[in-house]
Design a protein around this ligand. Structure first.
Ligand SMILES: C[S@@+](CC[C@H](N)C(=O)[O-])C[C@H]1O[C@@H](n2cnc3c(N)ncnc32)[C@H](O)[C@@H]1O
Length: 218
């Protein structure tokens, strides 16, 4: 697919060893995320992950749920190499990473059917069009009984954590099109695409997991 990605791909310093990237935030949060995803992903799900980054979350969930098959993806080649290296080194049953950019063409044309669409820490470090295209992809390709799972920080009106407001300002100073997304806007976006919020899980460091399923009226 065409490249539209601009560096940096993350707002943190990462280390690298034999192809594997290490994300400080992923190493802090992956256990808690794997616990929740391990619970909410459908049995034997074919999972498509958008913006898999280092691949650490993907391998943690695959280790927690050996029944699922995981397709990692990222437009960034260094991230894809890291995902492959992690999968190889821990023996996780992951497909070779796919070059997928939600700002380049219709991703629905490029992907195999999936039972779960997972996207973590991406929609705030990308233009809003990425969230819109994520919802469109889910509407076109999520199979019956499937789920959409998002993870990240959100703005929640007066209840927004001060750390998320600071993060929002930091993102916008890098790129005015980026920013911590409004929780209600994300729920409305997926609602308009035919998905209802099943569950909102509070996570460490003021992050949330959002779990959507096709709404009955879809
Ligand atoms: C902050 S990292 C998060 C990585 C990983 N999901 C995690 O939680 O550790 C954001 C990721 O989104 C990817 N990304 C950025 N723009 C994208 C786009 N237009 N389509 C798909 N992925 C994108 C980046 O390459 C990067 O790997």
């Amino acid at each position: 697919m065409n490249k539209t990605l601009e560096a940096p791909v993350a707002m943190e310093d990462r280390t690298r060893e034999e192809g594997r990237l290490y994300s400080p935030s992923a190493s802090r949060n992956r256990g808690a995320i794997a616990d929740v995803l391990g619970r909410v992903l459908p049995a034997n799900a074919r999972v498509l992950e958008i913006g898999s980054g280092t691949g650490e979350h993907a391998v943690a969930v695959c280790q927690a749920r050996p029944d699922i098959s995981w397709q990692p993806s990222d437009p960034d080649p260094v991230s894809r190499a890291s995902q492959a290296a992690w999968a190889r080194d821990v023996g996780a049953a992951m497909a070779p990473p796919q070059d997928l950019d939600l700002l380049a063409g219709d991703a629905a044309d490029a992907v195999a059917p999936f039972d779960a669409l997972v996207c973590m820490n991406v929609i705030h470090i990308a233009p809003w069009a990425v969230a819109e295209n994520l919802a469109k992809l889910a509407a076109k390709r999520l199979q019956p009984g499937g789920r959409v799972v998002l993870y990240g920080p959100y703005k929640e009106g007066a209840a927004t954590a001060p750390s998320n407001l600071e993060f929002d300002a930091s993102l916008k100073s890098r790129n005015p099109a980026w920013g911590v997304r409004d929780l209600d806007s994300v729920i409305a976006l997926f609602g308009a695409a035919g998905f209802a919020l099943d569950e909102r899980v509070d996570m460490p460091a003021n992050n949330r997991v959002l779990v959507f399923s096709p709404s009955e009226t879809r």
